[in-house]
Design a binder for this molecule. Structure first.
Ligand code: NAP
Length: 251
Protein backbone atom coordinates (compact mmCIF):
# COMPACT_ATOMS: atom_id res chain seq x y z
CA UNK A 1 0.00 0.00 0.00
CA UNK A 2 3.07 2.20 0.11
CA UNK A 3 2.52 2.56 -3.65
CA UNK A 4 -1.20 3.33 -3.42
CA UNK A 5 -2.19 6.26 -5.63
CA UNK A 6 -5.37 7.88 -4.41
CA UNK A 7 -7.80 9.42 -6.89
CA UNK A 8 -8.10 13.21 -6.39
CA UNK A 9 -11.63 13.05 -4.99
CA UNK A 10 -11.18 9.88 -2.92
CA UNK A 11 -12.58 11.38 0.27
CA UNK A 12 -15.02 13.92 -1.18
CA UNK A 13 -17.95 14.54 1.20
CA UNK A 14 -16.55 12.16 3.80
CA UNK A 15 -16.58 13.18 7.47
CA UNK A 16 -13.39 11.96 9.15
CA UNK A 17 -12.25 12.35 12.77
CA UNK A 18 -8.51 12.34 13.52
CA UNK A 19 -7.15 12.22 17.09
CA UNK A 20 -3.83 13.89 17.83
CA UNK A 21 -4.46 16.06 14.77
CA UNK A 22 -2.26 18.91 15.96
CA UNK A 23 1.15 17.35 15.47
CA UNK A 24 3.21 14.62 13.84
CA UNK A 25 1.43 11.88 11.90
CA UNK A 26 -2.05 13.08 12.93
CA UNK A 27 -1.39 16.56 11.57
CA UNK A 28 -0.25 15.13 8.24
CA UNK A 29 -3.25 12.78 8.11
CA UNK A 30 -5.72 15.59 8.82
CA UNK A 31 -4.24 17.78 6.10
CA UNK A 32 -4.01 14.89 3.63
CA UNK A 33 -7.60 13.75 4.19
CA UNK A 34 -8.77 17.36 3.71
CA UNK A 35 -6.72 17.65 0.50
CA UNK A 36 -8.60 14.62 -0.85
CA UNK A 37 -11.95 16.23 -0.08
CA UNK A 38 -12.84 15.22 3.48
CA UNK A 39 -14.33 17.39 6.18
CA UNK A 40 -11.93 16.67 9.02
CA UNK A 41 -12.77 16.82 12.74
CA UNK A 42 -9.56 17.79 14.48
CA UNK A 43 -9.34 16.19 17.93
CA UNK A 44 -6.47 16.94 20.32
CA UNK A 45 -5.51 18.55 23.60
CA UNK A 46 -3.45 21.59 22.49
CA UNK A 47 -5.89 24.04 20.94
CA UNK A 48 -3.18 26.28 19.46
CA UNK A 49 -1.82 23.36 17.42
CA UNK A 50 -5.31 22.39 16.25
CA UNK A 51 -5.96 25.99 15.23
CA UNK A 52 -2.76 26.05 13.19
CA UNK A 53 -3.85 22.91 11.30
CA UNK A 54 -7.32 24.39 10.85
CA UNK A 55 -5.79 27.54 9.33
CA UNK A 56 -3.55 25.55 6.98
CA UNK A 57 -6.49 23.50 5.71
CA UNK A 58 -8.61 26.60 5.21
CA UNK A 59 -5.80 28.51 3.49
CA UNK A 60 -5.34 25.60 1.07
CA UNK A 61 -9.02 25.92 0.08
CA UNK A 62 -10.01 22.47 1.34
CA UNK A 63 -13.33 21.74 3.08
CA UNK A 64 -13.69 23.66 6.32
CA UNK A 65 -12.57 21.45 9.23
CA UNK A 66 -13.84 21.54 12.83
CA UNK A 67 -11.89 21.64 16.09
CA UNK A 68 -12.91 19.30 18.95
CA UNK A 69 -10.62 19.81 21.97
CA UNK A 70 -10.37 16.65 24.08
CA UNK A 71 -7.67 15.55 26.50
CA UNK A 72 -7.69 11.76 26.20
CA UNK A 73 -6.07 11.43 29.62
CA UNK A 74 -9.03 12.77 31.57
CA UNK A 75 -11.94 12.34 29.16
CA UNK A 76 -14.89 10.26 30.37
CA UNK A 77 -17.75 8.44 28.63
CA UNK A 78 -19.80 11.63 28.99
CA UNK A 79 -17.22 13.63 27.02
CA UNK A 80 -17.38 11.07 24.21
CA UNK A 81 -21.19 11.08 24.29
CA UNK A 82 -21.10 14.88 24.00
CA UNK A 83 -18.73 14.53 21.03
CA UNK A 84 -21.08 12.03 19.40
CA UNK A 85 -24.07 14.32 19.97
CA UNK A 86 -22.25 17.25 18.37
CA UNK A 87 -21.29 15.16 15.33
CA UNK A 88 -24.85 13.83 15.11
CA UNK A 89 -26.27 17.35 15.11
CA UNK A 90 -23.74 18.78 12.63
CA UNK A 91 -23.32 15.88 10.20
CA UNK A 92 -25.65 13.01 11.13
CA UNK A 93 -22.95 10.42 10.49
CA UNK A 94 -19.21 9.66 10.65
CA UNK A 95 -17.35 8.03 7.73
CA UNK A 96 -13.86 7.68 9.17
CA UNK A 97 -12.16 7.48 12.55
CA UNK A 98 -8.37 7.57 12.85
CA UNK A 99 -7.14 6.78 16.35
CA UNK A 100 -3.70 8.32 16.11
CA UNK A 101 -3.01 10.23 19.35
CA UNK A 102 -0.56 8.48 21.57
CA UNK A 103 2.14 8.86 24.18
CA UNK A 104 5.47 7.15 24.60
CA UNK A 105 5.91 7.22 28.39
CA UNK A 106 9.39 6.23 29.50
CA UNK A 107 11.73 3.51 28.29
CA UNK A 108 12.17 1.65 31.59
CA UNK A 109 12.46 -1.98 32.71
CA UNK A 110 9.17 -3.45 33.95
CA UNK A 111 10.81 -4.00 37.35
CA UNK A 112 11.11 -0.23 37.79
CA UNK A 113 8.16 0.95 35.69
CA UNK A 114 6.27 3.78 37.40
CA UNK A 115 2.59 2.90 38.09
CA UNK A 116 1.31 6.40 37.35
CA UNK A 117 2.98 6.42 33.94
CA UNK A 118 1.67 2.90 33.28
CA UNK A 119 -1.92 3.97 34.04
CA UNK A 120 -1.62 7.14 31.95
CA UNK A 121 -0.27 5.27 28.93
CA UNK A 122 -3.00 2.63 29.08
CA UNK A 123 -5.61 5.39 29.45
CA UNK A 124 -4.43 7.57 26.54
CA UNK A 125 -3.30 4.83 24.13
CA UNK A 126 -5.92 2.13 24.75
CA UNK A 127 -8.88 3.03 26.99
CA UNK A 128 -9.56 6.38 25.31
CA UNK A 129 -9.81 4.84 21.80
CA UNK A 130 -12.12 2.16 23.26
CA UNK A 131 -14.43 4.74 24.87
CA UNK A 132 -14.43 7.00 21.82
CA UNK A 133 -15.16 4.14 19.43
CA UNK A 134 -17.98 2.87 21.64
CA UNK A 135 -19.65 6.29 21.58
CA UNK A 136 -19.18 6.75 17.83
CA UNK A 137 -20.27 3.31 16.50
CA UNK A 138 -23.90 4.41 15.94
CA UNK A 139 -22.67 7.34 13.81
CA UNK A 140 -20.25 5.08 11.89
CA UNK A 141 -23.16 2.74 11.15
CA UNK A 142 -25.02 5.68 9.58
CA UNK A 143 -22.21 6.07 7.03
CA UNK A 144 -22.88 2.87 5.12
CA UNK A 145 -19.14 2.77 4.25
CA UNK A 146 -17.13 3.56 7.38
CA UNK A 147 -13.48 2.97 8.21
CA UNK A 148 -11.89 2.81 11.66
CA UNK A 149 -8.08 2.85 11.86
CA UNK A 150 -6.13 2.13 15.03
CA UNK A 151 -2.46 3.11 15.31
CA UNK A 152 -0.09 0.40 16.39
CA UNK A 153 3.68 0.09 16.51
CA UNK A 154 6.31 -2.53 15.76
CA UNK A 155 6.54 -3.11 19.55
CA UNK A 156 2.79 -3.78 19.55
CA UNK A 157 3.45 -6.83 17.37
CA UNK A 158 6.80 -8.04 18.73
CA UNK A 159 7.70 -6.51 22.09
CA UNK A 160 11.15 -5.31 23.08
CA UNK A 161 12.81 -4.72 26.43
CA UNK A 162 12.12 -1.38 28.17
CA UNK A 163 9.14 -0.38 25.99
CA UNK A 164 6.85 -1.12 28.97
CA UNK A 165 3.34 0.33 28.93
CA UNK A 166 3.75 1.69 25.40
CA UNK A 167 4.31 -1.80 23.95
CA UNK A 168 1.56 -3.31 26.11
CA UNK A 169 -0.90 -0.57 25.09
CA UNK A 170 -0.14 -1.25 21.41
CA UNK A 171 -0.65 -5.02 21.85
CA UNK A 172 -3.98 -4.08 23.47
CA UNK A 173 -4.75 -1.83 20.51
CA UNK A 174 -4.25 -4.73 18.09
CA UNK A 175 -6.54 -6.85 20.29
CA UNK A 176 -9.21 -4.15 20.36
CA UNK A 177 -8.95 -3.81 16.58
CA UNK A 178 -9.38 -7.56 16.05
CA UNK A 179 -12.30 -7.96 18.47
CA UNK A 180 -14.14 -4.98 17.00
CA UNK A 181 -13.45 -5.99 13.39
CA UNK A 182 -14.88 -9.44 14.06
CA UNK A 183 -17.95 -8.04 15.80
CA UNK A 184 -18.75 -5.61 12.99
CA UNK A 185 -17.91 -7.91 10.10
CA UNK A 186 -21.29 -8.11 8.41
CA UNK A 187 -23.28 -6.23 5.78
CA UNK A 188 -25.57 -4.65 8.34
CA UNK A 189 -22.72 -2.60 9.79
CA UNK A 190 -20.48 -1.75 6.82
CA UNK A 191 -17.70 -0.66 9.18
CA UNK A 192 -14.19 -1.90 8.44
CA UNK A 193 -11.61 -1.88 11.24
CA UNK A 194 -7.85 -2.15 10.71
CA UNK A 195 -4.56 -1.07 12.26
CA UNK A 196 -1.49 0.69 10.89
CA UNK A 197 2.06 0.47 12.19
CA UNK A 198 3.55 3.75 10.89
CA UNK A 199 7.14 2.49 11.26
CA UNK A 200 9.99 4.86 12.14
CA UNK A 201 8.64 8.30 11.19
CA UNK A 202 10.18 11.77 11.62
CA UNK A 203 8.15 13.18 14.55
CA UNK A 204 8.70 14.46 18.09
CA UNK A 205 7.79 11.05 19.52
CA UNK A 206 10.42 9.29 17.44
CA UNK A 207 13.03 11.89 18.44
CA UNK A 208 12.25 11.27 22.13
CA UNK A 209 12.49 7.50 21.71
CA UNK A 210 15.72 7.62 19.69
CA UNK A 211 17.58 10.82 20.68
CA UNK A 212 20.85 9.71 19.07
CA UNK A 213 19.30 8.94 15.69
CA UNK A 214 19.64 11.23 12.68
CA UNK A 215 15.98 11.94 11.81
CA UNK A 216 16.79 12.59 8.17
CA UNK A 217 16.88 8.82 7.57
CA UNK A 218 13.24 8.41 8.54
CA UNK A 219 10.35 9.33 6.24
CA UNK A 220 8.24 12.36 7.09
CA UNK A 221 4.62 11.84 8.16
CA UNK A 222 3.53 13.07 4.71
CA UNK A 223 5.52 10.26 3.05
CA UNK A 224 3.64 7.48 4.88
CA UNK A 225 0.15 8.70 3.94
CA UNK A 226 -0.68 6.26 1.07
CA UNK A 227 -1.85 3.47 3.42
CA UNK A 228 -3.91 5.94 5.46
CA UNK A 229 -5.64 7.11 2.28
CA UNK A 230 -6.17 3.55 1.09
CA UNK A 231 -7.87 2.52 4.34
CA UNK A 232 -9.97 5.71 4.62
CA UNK A 233 -11.26 5.54 1.05
CA UNK A 234 -13.66 3.21 -0.73
CA UNK A 235 -10.83 1.21 -2.38
CA UNK A 236 -10.46 -0.69 0.92
CA UNK A 237 -14.13 -1.69 1.16
CA UNK A 238 -14.35 -5.22 2.56
CA UNK A 239 -10.85 -5.11 4.06
CA UNK A 240 -11.18 -5.60 7.81
CA UNK A 241 -9.32 -7.03 10.80
CA UNK A 242 -5.96 -6.53 9.06
CA UNK A 243 -2.65 -5.19 10.36
CA UNK A 244 -0.91 -2.82 7.92
CA UNK A 245 2.62 -1.47 7.82
CA UNK A 246 2.82 2.03 6.38
CA UNK A 247 6.36 1.53 5.12
CA UNK A 248 6.13 -2.00 3.72
CA UNK A 249 4.85 -3.03 0.34
CA UNK A 250 1.70 -5.09 0.93
CA UNK A 251 1.62 -8.43 -0.89
P1 NAP B 1 3.67 12.94 18.22
O1 NAP B 1 4.34 13.76 17.19
O2 NAP B 1 4.16 12.94 19.62
O3 NAP B 1 2.12 13.29 18.19
C1 NAP B 1 1.24 12.69 19.09
C2 NAP B 1 -0.09 13.38 19.03
O4 NAP B 1 -0.94 12.82 20.06
C3 NAP B 1 0.01 14.87 19.32
O5 NAP B 1 -0.88 15.58 18.50
C4 NAP B 1 -0.42 14.95 20.78
O6 NAP B 1 -0.96 16.19 21.15
C5 NAP B 1 -1.48 13.87 20.83
N1 NAP B 1 -1.75 13.49 22.21
C6 NAP B 1 -0.87 12.98 23.12
N2 NAP B 1 -1.48 12.84 24.30
C7 NAP B 1 -2.76 13.26 24.14
C8 NAP B 1 -3.86 13.38 25.02
N3 NAP B 1 -3.79 13.05 26.32
N4 NAP B 1 -5.04 13.86 24.54
C9 NAP B 1 -5.13 14.24 23.24
N5 NAP B 1 -4.11 14.16 22.36
C10 NAP B 1 -2.95 13.68 22.82
O7 NAP B 1 3.66 11.39 17.80
P2 NAP B 1 3.60 10.68 16.37
O8 NAP B 1 4.94 10.12 16.11
O9 NAP B 1 2.93 11.55 15.37
O10 NAP B 1 2.67 9.44 16.75
C11 NAP B 1 1.36 9.25 16.24
C12 NAP B 1 0.97 7.82 16.48
O11 NAP B 1 1.84 6.95 15.76
C13 NAP B 1 1.06 7.38 17.95
O12 NAP B 1 -0.03 6.53 18.26
C14 NAP B 1 2.37 6.61 18.00
O13 NAP B 1 2.37 5.66 19.04
C15 NAP B 1 2.39 5.97 16.63
N6 NAP B 1 3.73 5.58 16.14
C16 NAP B 1 4.64 6.51 15.80
C17 NAP B 1 5.88 6.11 15.30
C18 NAP B 1 6.95 7.11 14.89
O14 NAP B 1 8.06 6.67 14.53
N7 NAP B 1 6.69 8.39 14.91
C19 NAP B 1 6.18 4.73 15.16
C20 NAP B 1 5.21 3.80 15.53
C21 NAP B 1 3.98 4.24 16.01
P3 NAP B 1 0.00 17.38 21.70
O15 NAP B 1 0.86 17.78 20.54
O16 NAP B 1 -0.97 18.41 22.10
O17 NAP B 1 0.79 16.79 22.82
Amino acid sequence: MQDYQAPAELLKNRIILVTGAGDGIGRAAAKTFAAYGATVLLVGRTIKKLEAVYDEIEAAGHPQPAICPINLEGATSKDYDDLANTIQQEFGRLDGLLHNAGQLGTLTPIEQYDTETWNKLLQVNLTAPFLMTQALIPLLRESGDASVIFTSSSVGRKARAYWGAYAVSKFGTEGLMQVLADELDDEHNNIRVNSINPGATRTNMRAHAYPAENPIHNPTPEQIMPVYLYLMGSDSQGVTGQMFDAQKKQP
